[in-house]
Design a protein around this ligand. Structure first.
Ligand SMILES: Cc1ncc(COP(=O)(O)O)c(C=O)c1O
Length: 384
């Protein structure tokens, strides 16, 4: 049999994506931001802007190497220790993105002798980390800790599995659904079954918990938080920058520095980023009003959308997904909203199971803009 010419097979693959209305294109941003993860508006904060302008680069903009060579900087170390203090961990490790934080961490602690229990809807970076690690995978239904317990119990009763290291990983605010797990119950399960716990606080950091410290601070006691082995954060969302962070024990950090491949084998972040992150963290901690209004507006929006007959998820956060009947519907509705000046994007399979508009709220959105948006949704419904 002759091998199909490479570009012919790529064209066919793309055609099949197009036929399902799942073709994606990169588009520059335009319109009022109802889709980014810049939840506190720090990406365009003027204090950070001025700090960036006056930053002393010591003759280098790029970091020039990985952190184990010449790419480490005082800025990185200073930010890591202030971040660890802020979220109440012994240590933290900055890596190049949140994606790398999850994938690299899970690969570092998982292996074919390990069982990883993952919420089915965990972010791609978690799922990819599990794949790379070669660990035995067990997926529990979204937020369903009864199901998790059944899987844990089965593993306990299985001769081949009972003595293997077990890891449970979940997001705390789900990126595409905006809903949250019962962390108290998860900690009770941890106590009983003795698994290693990885929590991804990417979307809760900045909005939930005292001073924006993350959802664990809303649901858990200090003692319970101390029992969590790893918490993952990103600089790219509420902090308005770029990069990833893993908070853990000192031992955990030393281990990652020695074995985490994307940490060891990649050029580190330019020093400007942790320099700005240090100040962004301080700004974020003081934005209680912004946190409150962002979450309030999101909750009002969800309620009004439900009253109009739109389906949403059980979100309790700044992320309100509006579920659509089909990919085509999601695309067409996003186009109408974009034409009216609202930057809202359609999210489709395979990223999510059900096509949706992922509407995310941030501190710059006003109630007048929300009213305008609701008005457009009302007209769309009436013309449907
Ligand atoms: C839950 C979650 N974790 C991790 C990441 C990756 O973070 P980053 O964008 O910094 O790579 C994302 C990004 O969307 C996310 O939603």
């Amino acid at each position: 049999m002759k091998v199909e010419p490479f570009w012919d097979s790529i064209s066919k693959e793309l055609l099949s994506i197009k036929n399902k209305n799942r073709f994606r294109e990169t588009k520059t941003y335009k319109g009022i931001d109802f889709c980014s993860n810049d939840y506190l508006g720090l990406a365009s904060n003027s204090t950070l802007w001025k700090l960036a302008e006056s930053f002393d680069y010591f003759n280098r903009i790029g970091s020039t190497a990985s952190r184990l060579v010449r790419g480490n900087s005082e800025e990185l170390e200073r930010f890591e220790s202030s971040f660890a203090d802020f979220i109440g961990a012994e240590a933290s490790l900055v890596v190049n993105t949140g994606y790398v934080a999850n994938a690299g961490l899970i690969d570092a602690i998982g292996n074919p002798q390990t069982i990883i229990f993952s919420d089915r809807l965990n972010h791609a970076s978690i799922l990819d980390g599990i794949r790379i690690s070669g660990a035995i995978k067990k997926y529990f239904n979204h937020l369903d800790l009864d199901h998790l317990e059944v899987l844990l119990q089965k593993a306990e009763e299985n001769e081949k599995e009972k003595d293997k290291r077990k890891i449970v990983v979940t997001e705390t605010v789900f990126s595409m659904d905006g809903d949250i797990p019962d962390l108290k119950r998860l900690l009770r399960l941890k106590k009983h079954y003795g698994f290693v716990l990885v929590l991804d606080e990417a979307h809760s950091f900045g909005l939930f918990g005292k001073n924006g410290r993350g959802l664990v601070y809303d649901q858990l006691s200090k003692e319970e938080i101390e029992q969590i082995e790893y918490r993952v954060y990103t600089l790219g969302k509420s902090l308005g920058l770029f990069g990833g962070i893993i908070a853990t024990s000192k031992l955990g950090r030393d281990h990652l520095v020695n074995v985490m491949r994307p940490f060891i084998f990649s050029t580190s972040l330019p020093p400007l980023i942790p320099h700005l992150a240090f100040y962004a963290l301080d700004l974020l901690s003081k934005m209680d009003l912004e946190r409150q209004t962002t979450l309030e507006l999101a909750s009002i929006f969800k309620k009004r959308m439900n009253e109009m007959g739109y389906k949403t998820t059980d979100s309790v956060s700044q992320i309100i997904p509006v579920l659509m009947d089909s990919e085509a519907d999601a695309l067409a509705t996003a186009e109408i909203l974009q034409a009216k000046g609202f930057d809202i994007r359609a999210i489709r399979p395979p990223t999510v199971e059900t096509a949706r508009l992922r509407i995310s709220f941030n501190a710059k959105i006003t109630s007048i803009q929300v009213e305008e948006l609701l008005e457009i949704f009302k007209t769309i419904k009436e013309n449907h």
